[in-house]
Every structure is written in C-alpha cells, then in structure tokens.
Design a protein around this ligand. Structure first.
Ligand SMILES: CC(C)(COP(=O)(O)OP(=O)(O)OC[C@H]1O[C@@H](n2cnc3c(N)ncnc32)[C@H](O)[C@@H]1OP(=O)(O)O)[C@@H](O)C(=O)NCCC(=O)NCCS
Length: 282
C-alpha cells in the first residue's frame, strides 16, 4: 500500500530568549503565575522573518532526508504569520531554497496548521499526485503580541519546524489522520485588523486591531475535549489503542491542557511529549 513517510525533519528556534523574569520587568506578572498557569518558563523571539525560520528548518529537513531542494515537488507552508500576504510564504521559501518550478501553497489553520499540512501532503502522496512534499510549520507570533495584554502575550513565541514526506510502498508512513473545525468559534482567537475587512488607513489609525486577542478560558475548555476526541478518533481509524502508542506529541499550547488531554486518554507520563517550558506556544 502506498503511504506517505516522514523521511527528514528539522527545526529552527531563534536564539533570543524572552524569559518570564524579563516579562516581569515590562508588565504586572510573575514567573510563578505564568509557570503555574501554563508551564511556560521562556519563549524564543525572532529578529528575522518567518520565512527565514522556515528556510533553516526546511534545509535541515532536506539534509536529513538526503534530498536537494530541486527534488521537492510541492511545498506546503502552514502559518498564520506569513512575512506578508503576497507573495505567499511558500513562494518566498521556494525562492530562498532555490526550488523554483515546483508547486507551492500556504495553509492557515492556526494551531492545527502543521497537522493540516501533514494530512494534505499525505493525501496528495497516497493518491499518487506527488512523490516528495516539504511541509513547513512556522510562526512569528511575537509580531502580533500586545505586551500590555498580559493574559495573552505571555503564552506565545516564535519558531519553525519542517518535514519531508515521501511516497513509500512498504509499511512505514502515516497510518491515519483526522481533521475538524468549528468556524463559529472564531471570535475566541482573532487579529481583527489583519485582513481586508479593515481598511489599510483604519488599521494604521487603530493599532489595537493588529494584536492577537484571545478568550483563553474558552479555548482551554474546547481544546481539552476536542484534542482528546480527535486522538480517540484517529486511533480508531488506525485500528490501534493508546497502549500501542509510544509517544503523543500534542500542540504545545498550555501544559495544563496537555495534562488534561493525557488524563482523558489515560496516557502515562512517559507517553506525553512536552517542551512548552522552553518555547511557549509557537
Ligand atoms: C490564558 C490562560 C493561561 C489563563 O489561565 P486561567 O487560569 O484561565 O486564568 P484567568 O484567565 O482565569 O485569569 C485569572 C486571573 O489572572 C490574571 N492574569 C491574567 N494574565 C496574567 C498574567 N500574565 N500574570 C498575572 N496575572 C494574570 C487575570 O487578570 C485574572 O485576574 P482576576 O481574577 O483578578 O480577573 C489559560 O486560559 C490558557 O492557557 N488558555 C488557552 C489559551 C490557548 O491555548 N491559546 C492559544 C490557542 S493557539
């Protein structure tokens, strides 16, 4: 059976560290509050473009797969913080990699972007449309932080990850995927001035519209129940149980969200991956 296998992976965490102690200097917060509510101790802040983080991650993934940029047939770039709307982040990355000519598109599914990207790549590989796809998930969320909004800005950081996915006729590869969305909940996480519904002039006048606004408690509750339900569904599709899984790598939004999901799924401590302490929500 033709499957899509991850054959290379790479990441890029920008070197600048913004620690909770630094945030204590600029807002009314404490290391104790941030780490007890979210598990985050520090996050990375990028001094360079989103697509630069993406380029480093992509080059590392290509090197790990033993491929050259010209071997890639499709680039999927998952982000909600592209350098700009046009040209696309996937196109900018394609140019930086020297991979002109292959297909390339951006995908905006916020926190779920990488999972959507891997699912799209896997589907396009198993249908036979492509043999080698590069999937990048990169965010420069620090650019949309209002550091006077302490409930939101302490959570987010910058970084990128990339995988190369290749067709494989053996057993290895993606076994099952599941996706879902509830568009009517969109107001819980929004950057109102980031698109065409606000004119350029109004966005310039009112900078508050260019920051990420979040209803943290609402997202918390929905994330726990829906992440657990999605994990259960994908295990069923694959004909597996939690006992068959060595490691669960959830979206790193909040340590308490991950632990609540782990409790619902009855995961052991060693089955849950977490690096949120060092990177925050990227
Ligand atoms: C944001 C989040 C950490 C807040 O935790 P919480 O336990 O729900 O905290 P609350 O929002 O109830 O706030 C409790 C109090 O802490 C205060 N507070 C908020 N941020 C604070 C900060 N950085 N430092 C100190 N106090 C803070 C609030 O003002 C509130 O004070 P009040 O009770 O006097 O009004 C949590 O809801 C969360 O992580 N949600 C998910 C967010 C998420 O995943 N978003 C990304 C999606 S990609």
């Amino acid at each position: 059976m033709r499957r899509a296998q991850i054959t290379g992976w790479g990441g890029c965490a920008p070197p600048t560290v913004l620690a909770n102690a630094d945030l204590e200097q600029i807002m009314d917060t404490t290391d104790e509050w941030i780490s007890s509510r979210s598990g985050i101790k520090e996050r990375r802040i990028s001094h360079t473009d989103n697509t630069e983080l993406g380029r480093v991650a992509a080059e590392r993934a290509l090197a790990a797969a033993g491929l050259r940029p010209g071997d890639i047939e499709l680039i999927i770039y998952a982000t909600l913080t592209p350098d700009m709307l046009v040209p696309s982040a996937s196109g900018v990355l394609q140019s930086k990699l020297g991979a002109d000519g292959c297909a390339a598109f951006d995908l905006n599914a916020a926190c779920s972007g990488f999972v959507y990207g891997v699912t799209a790549a896997s589907s396009l590989i198993t249908t036979g449309a492509y043999d080698r796809v590069l999937v990048v998930g990169a965010e420069r969320l620090s650019r949309w932080m209002d550091y006077s909004d302490r409930a939101t800005s302490v959570l987010f950081g910058d970084g990128a990850g990339a995988v190369v996915m290749e067709a494989n006729d053996g057993d290895a590869g993606v076994l099952a995927t599941t996706l879902g969305n509830n568009g009517s909940w969109g107001d819980s996480l929004t950057v109102p001035g980031s698109g065409s519904s606000v004119s350029f002039v109004d966005a310039q006048r009112d900078h508050s519209q260019n920051a990420l606004v979040m209803d943290g408690q609402d997202i918390f509750k929905k994330a726990v129940s829906h992440m657990a339900a999605a994990a259960t569904e994908v295990l069923e599709k694959a004909g597996m149980t939690v006992a068959d899984v060595d490691l669960v790598v959830p979206h790193q939004a909040n340590q308490r969200i991950m632990e609540a999901v782990a409790r619902r799924l009855r995961l052991s401590e060693t089955q849950l991956f977490s690096n949120i302490e060092s990177y925050g929500n990227t």
